[in-house]
Design a protein. Structure first.
Length: 246
């Protein structure tokens, strides 16, 4: 089975038939015209990667449906879904973090404007994997990739300053540590909770803004390249030396 045919996400909180999808792009993928905006929204491709179980799918689904999914084992979203933001419409691609998908996952990276590398704020190991596995994988495929490092499961962080209040506190990731890691990796940083929805909207707004900026930079580089090419061949400036035999 391939990356997009193994597991499907249902529109309700329970998993339905594999052919059922969470969002019908023709119904919920709103365009600027549908939303009443006078400014056309850009299409921004965003791919979400990270360890299995860190909250990637829950983050997307909670934002789309307004409620935390209750599935015991939530299958990842197997088709692109559209998330409107103030910077444009994000076309979200959720991916599986399992190693058996390593050869197929990079196929989704083509033409990606921004990546979200997700980890769990309740697991330092997942942050280590973001540094050692996910960011290198993305940059191996897209050397100039724009990346947002996203700490998921913010509700798992113990904010109490009292002596050990709950087990596993030592494995939690503090905000300072997460932001320091993001700076070292050259990524933007944000964090959220799919359960409480805290910071959830910021994830998609930041990703859309970063993706829009990446698009502008790519267009700028291409524009400069075309200007140099036109100058070399003297396109639009009268007869060229390459027209001597015309």
């Amino acid at each position: 089975m391939g990356l997009f045919s193994t597991r499907r996400l249902a529109a309700s909180t329970s998993v339905a038939h594999p052919k059922q999808q969470l969002v019908d792009s023709t119904r919920d993928g709103r365009s600027a015209k549908d939303s009443g905006s006078s400014t056309p929204h850009a299409a921004i491709k965003c791919v979400v990667v990270g360890d299995a179980g860190v909250g990637k799918t829950s983050m997307i689904r909670s934002h789309l449906t307004g409620q935390m999914p209750r599935d015991h084992e939530l299958p990842f979203i197997s088709s692109a879904v559209h998330v409107p933001t103030s910077s444009g419409t994000l076309t979200m691609w959720d991916t599986s973090g399992h190693k058996d998908e390593d050869l197929l996952r990079p196929l989704t990276y083509a033409s990606c404007d921004v990546f979200i590398v997700a980890f769990s704020l309740g697991s330092k190991r997942s942050l280590q994997h973001a540094r050692s596995r996910w960011v290198p994988e993305v940059r191996a495929a897209r050397p100039k990739a724009t990346i947002v490092l996203c700490g998921c499961q913010l509700d798992q962080r113990d904010s109490s300053r009292d002596p050990p209040v709950r087990a596993g506190r030592a494995s939690q990731v503090g905000e300072d540590e997460a932001r320091r890691t993001a700076r070292e990796l050259g990524c933007a940083y944000t964090e959220c909770s799919a359960l409480t929805t805290e910071g959830l909207r910021d994830v998609f707004e930041l990703s859309a803004a970063q993706g829009t900026r990446a698009q502008a930079q790519a267009t700028g580089r291409w524009g400069k390249y075309m200007q140099r090419l036109r100058a070399f061949f003297k396109i639009g400036r009268g007869p060229s030396r390459y027209q001597a035999f015309a």
